[in-house]
Design a protein around this ligand. Structure first.
Ligand code: ATP
Ligand code: MG
Length: 251
């Protein structure tokens, strides 16, 4: 049976898609094989980490909130013809995704100065970038995700020039779409990280888009509604995540 039938069944509530063995457990999510070749079940955990896993904690309901926000934003981006791995939200903490060959490079887009950019270039937090900044980081916890450029990606065999150009194009488009999405909700998309993967020759946006992977501030108060509240013990983490979910999903 191919997935389409399974989706048809899903809509009619008859679940025929089975969750199979655990493929990978990361710091924030678990990836399971499914009964459908080429499709994974991505489960969001309440576990939170920061500073390359040196800081650990649990944020109640984070898994549910990040799954709701990621599902909503992936579906929204698909409407703008952004190719993502998202297929279907399956439960409060699970989504069905296309299995990708992840390119181990985190793509960070920055619209406002925050985090490591401030430290690296001595720029005050909150400084608006004249032009969105795109950065590349090698996904390698042992090396603390070092910053790289395209040439490292080619030399290390992670992606070729066509793929890196496609990724930069999609990343810039995602940033433009989400920046105005959040602006209409009186929110500032300060910065966010993306992961991309290959599916055959196609490049898809994978992983998640959530307050774990974005910095999002209230436009009027600059109140932080993201993982910085956990990073810097600002308190009110769960409440801020829930507020962001409500301002995204229920708007
Ligand atoms: N569609 C997909 N197909 C295959 N793997 C995916 C897909 N989407 C995300 N992944 C991978 O699944 C894992 C998700 O787990 P999690 O986000 O907890 O990651 P992690 O490895 O701890 O590391 P990091 O937090 O640095 O991403 C990541 O390694 C991510 O690259
Ligand atoms: Mg991750």
């Amino acid at each position: 049976m191919n997935l389409n039938n399974a989706i048809i069944h899903l809509i009619t509530g008859e679940i025929t898609l089975q969750k199979k063995e655990l493929l990978y457990e990361g710091k924030a999510k678990k990836m399971y094989l499914s009964s459908e070749e080429g499709y994974l079940i991505q489960e969001f955990k309440d576990d939170a980490t920061a500073f390359n896993g040196t800081k650990k904690g649990v944020i109640p309901h984070k898994g549910e909130i990040n799954n709701a926000i990621s599902s909503f934003l992936f579906e929204y981006l698909e409407n703008y013809h952004i190719p993502t791995h998202f297929v279907e939200k399956l439960s409060s903490t699970e989504m069905l995704v296309r299995k990708l060959e992840i390119i181990p490079i985190e793509i960070v887009m920055r619209n406002v100065a925050a985090g490591s950019l401030c430290a690296r270039y001595n720029i005050p937090e909150g400084t608006i970038m004249e032009y969105p900044v795109l950065e590349h980081y090698l996904k390698d916890d042992k090396l603390h995700d070092p910053m790289i450029n395209e040439y490292h990606a080619y030399a290390f065999g992670h992606a070729n020039p066509e793929e890196m150009h496609a990724i930069s194009r999609i990343a810039a488009k995602v940033n433009a779409i989400l920046k105005s999405f959040f602006d209409r909700r009186n929110l500032i998309l300060v910065d966010f990280k993306m992961e991309f993967g290959k599916r055959g020759l196609e490049i898809n946006l994978g992983d998640e888009i959530s307050p774990d992977t974005c910095r999002i501030w209230d436009k009027r108060t600059h109140k932080k509604l993201d993982k910085d509240r956990f990073r810097h013990d600002m308190g009110g983490v769960e409440k801020a995540y829930a507020e962001l979910r409500d301002r995204i999903v229920n708007s």
